[in-house]
Design a protein around this ligand. Structure first.
Ligand code: SF4
Ligand code: SF4
Length: 451
């Protein structure tokens, strides 16, 4: 049964295909990124991304170094896993993965020495052939850091016969509460842009757009200034900053392509089918680190926030750091959270323990207080049509929900539930509190069973 709660109550304005939400970004937007030191015990899940999980390359008792590959990627859609600390492998056992459920993980005891493998620094990576750049990105274990965690090298391998004319860098960060991409764009501006140029050169994209929502003025100013300065360094190639209206959802690839280029990605097709690749701003920063510094993906920027947390902020945190250690670093709780959400509050996943590790796809953790939580009952649909108006991919959420509720599975074929990106806007806006996303998720399961 769907859970009967929701938070972030009320909305400011609705648009065709989106809604303006209370943002709550003020809790962390001015907090500079700070590092969280890795604790004694690190938890490295073998499945942290879309695609096949890793095969362990270490055994209990083995010594490891910072940056050492400890999980092999055997499938094309996969990415290797690296140790974020030096120390000893204590065990390989099942743990609670915040996104993928109970799954195996490598447990490492940190010796605190930070002994690294040697990272290969590169002075002029722009001159490297694109195949070599893609191999570096693949070996560094990079995945999309906007939340999808899709292996980055796969996105950069454009199939024969397809041409990419446009790269869109996603700086929208449309989910409420999250500010990690905003802070990265302010504080790591030059590094992100170097990563963007690398991606553009791999794709041979003529047009480069950096899309930022208008609520991130400091990021827009920082990027505007840096793009002008760096134009000369990168042979006159200009990145155009696109300032978007603030609305949810807008960070999805298809919505962003529509907002920036007015191109529609047809149902069942990919951005590359319309000549576009979208990369998140944080991913571009990780690409810079991998290519220029030879550093694999062993840490990322994460927003830890919510009114229950004593010191919310944006932090560079090592992959595999247990959440309980993060909370300790943030000064603990001012009150026991009523809900803990991994990811943004709309699309994120509820967590039931602080023993989960931070993994590659975690953009933020939101700790919700009891008074911000609305307990509700599902009421009958009043056929207001608000869910239909707001759906960014033009679905009929109310009809899908009704067909699922009354087990009319054969009608689902005409309603295309598989096109739903689970943004949650329909459920959020529904006055009858119909848990539409849960019904749509069930519809997707039934649809795949019927095929
Ligand atoms: S049907 Fe899916 S894509 Fe459309 S608003 Fe609802 S959750 Fe978002
Ligand atoms: S928004 Fe809710 S009440 Fe309105 S049509 Fe959709 S499901 Fe029914």
């Amino acid at each position: 049964m769907p859970e009967k709660y929701r938070f972030l109550t009320g909305y400011m304005k609705t648009f065709k295909g989106g809604v303006s939400l209370p943002e709550h970004k003020d809790l962390t937007v001015d907090k500079k990124i700070r590092p969280i030191p890795p604790p004694f015990e690190m938890i490295l899940p073998l499945g942290q991304h879309t695609g096949a999980p890793n095969k362990p390359l270490v055994n209990p008792g083995d010594s490891v170094k910072v940056g050492q590959c400890i999980g092999k990627a055997e499938a094309f859609i996969s990415a290797p896993l690296h140790s974020p600390v030096s120390g000893t492998v204590k065990a390989i056992k099942d743990i609670f993965n915040p996104i993928y459920g109970k799954k195996p993980a490598i447990i490492i005891e940190n010796n605190g020495k930070d002994t690294p493998v040697s990272f290969i620094k590169r002075e002029d990576p722009e001159s490297l052939p694109k195949e070599e750049l893609i191999a570096i990105i693949k070996d560094a274990g990079l995945v999309g850091l906007g939340g999808a965690a899709f292996p980055t090298h796969v996105k950069m391998n454009i199939p024969k016969g397809k041409t990419i004319d446009t790269l869109i860098v996603n700086g929208a960060e449309c989910e409420p509460y999250l500010t990690c991409d905003h802070r990265l764009m302010v504080e790591r501006t030059g590094e992100i842009l170097k990563g963007v140029y690398l991606v553009a050169s791999i794709l041979n994209a003529k047009n480069i757009f950096l899309a930022i929502e208008e609520n991130k003025l400091s990021a827009i100013f920082a990027m505007e200034k840096a793009t002008v300065q760096m134009k000369k360094e990168f042979h006159g190639k200009q990145i155009q900053i696109i300032v978007l209206k603030t609305k949810y959802p807008q960070g999805g690839e298809k919505q962003l392509i529509k907002a920036v280029l007015k191109r529609e990605v047809p149902p069942g097709k990919l951005p590359l089918d319309v000549g576009v690749v979208v990369q998140n701003a944080g991913t571009c920063f990780a690409i810079y680190e991998a290519v220029y510094k030879g550093k694999p993906l062993i840490e990322r920027c994460v927003t830890f926030t919510g009114k229950c947390l004593r010191e919310p902020g944006n932090f560079t945190v090592k992959i595999g750091t247990p959440l309980k250690d993060v909370v300790g670093h943030c000064g603990g709780f001012t009150e026991t959270p009523a809900k803990i959400i991994a990811g943004g509050p709309i699309m994120g996943i509820a967590q039931y323990s602080l023993d989960i590790p931070i993994i590659k796809g975690i953009t933020g953790i939101v700790f919700i207080s009891k008074k911000d939580l609305e307990i509700y009952e599902e009421l009958p649909c009043i056929r207001c049509g608000k869910c239909v108006d707001i759906c960014p991919v033009n679905l009929m959420p109310t009809d899908i929900g009704r067909m699922v509720k009354y087990s009319r599975w054969h009608y689902l074929d005409e309603l295309h539930p598989s096109d739903c990106m689970e943004c949650g806007a329909c459920a959020y806006i529904c006055p009858s509190r119909v848990p539409l996303v849960q019904y749509i998720k069930l519809a997707k399961i039934k649809e795949s069973e019927r095929k």
